[in-house]
Ligand binder design. Structure first.
Ligand SMILES: [Zn+2]
Length: 154
């Protein structure tokens, strides 16, 4: 940290806990002008809110993400280890956006991109919920599209 007076480098002369362990207080000394001052290091919790389609907000919870993905994977073959890795990779992508608020739509999009590789059936199930298909025909079209893609790539 730089000296607020002369902008030179400072050195820490003393560190100790403050505010019942919620902060660290450091005594600093400017190497140039010899002024002394104090800095506080505090924890800033990185809170993430999820904004739903109706505009309501709620804190992000990993278990809610798990719930949605698990539902799509019902009766599909996967190990708990694979599942946790899948959820973590989705979660990493969410946190890497470094946002305070993320739309549930955007989370859905990220889940879909990961599910596509993980399990095609779960992908279609999740997509049908995510895209809020109103008619079975829309769902059919999506399934067909996927079928064509799978045939092409194999
Ligand atoms: Zn200074």
């Amino acid at each position: 940290m730089r000296c607020p007076i002369c902008q030179n480098t400072t050195k820490v002369t003393n560190s100790r806990g403050a505010d019942q362990g919620k902060a660290i207080r450091r005594r600093r000394l400017c190497v140039s002008c010899k002024r002394r001052f104090t800095t506080y290091e505090r924890i800033e919790l990185l809170g993430l809110d999820v904004e739903k389609r109706n505009g309501a907000r709620e804190p992000y919870y990993r278990h809610k993400l798990e719930l949605g993905i698990r539902k799509a994977l019902e009766k599909r073959p996967f190990t708990e280890d694979q599942f946790q890795k899948l959820v973590s990779s989705v979660e990493n992508e969410i946190f890497n956006l470094e946002k305070d608020t993320i739309g549930s739509d955007q989370i859905g999009k990220i889940v879909l991109s990961h599910l596509k590789e993980f399990d095609k059936v779960a992908y279609i199930r999740f997509a049908s919920v995510y895209r809020n298909f109103r008619s079975p025909r829309a769902f059919e079209r999506e399934a067909q599209k996927l079928e064509q893609q799978t045939t092409k790539s194999s």
